[in-house]
Design a protein around this ligand. Sequence first.
Ligand code: ZN
Length: 225
Amino acid sequence: MTTAAVYYQHVEHGGKVIDLPVGKVVCIGQNYQDHIAEMNSLTAPEAPFFIKPNTALCAMASAIEIPKNQGAVHNELEIAVLIKQPLKQANPSQVGAAIWGYSLALDLTLREQQARLKQLGRPWEIAKGFDNACPVASFIASDKIADPQQLKFSLQVNGIARQAGDARHMIRDINALISEMSHHFTLLPGDIVLTGTPAGVGPLQAADQLQVQLADYFTLQTQVS
Ligand code: ZN
């Protein structure tokens, strides 16, 4: 048996480990109109929520090992929210106080696998929940961000702009979508919520150089391996 190479902890911007467990990742699909358009997605009034297991988490700053020979692995850069207090059937007004802070994460997706599974009417966990399917950057404490609903963020791949997001364009705002999630799944301290991807998803290849930026808070360089 080999030792697990995956070792993830929530980290504060500056490098300090955050004293919260490593929980599940709860995600929303179809939260930006431009991404719904690029995917030609069928939509429904209910938000599509899904979960990635905690084994999908890895540090974005380290080289990101992606699956090989399983078809295209797509980038989806999203605002990530770290939860510090339990949320069960919470109102949007109760959500803010339960948030530790904000960061960026990649909701890596085996796109061809996902399309095949959708067509078969099957769950898509294996396309979204594999090991390293959720690289996360360091978190900025919520008291340092005046209005998270105005955060801008971007992804460059090999120096070329690929995604540019603006939280003001979310269909469900952060507190509303977390409230809605908490009516399906109780959120616990150490869970991470992903808030959906804007347009610009596309395939990543080994050796790609990535640069992600969260407003004026940080710019991070990493690579795909
Ligand atoms: Zn996503």
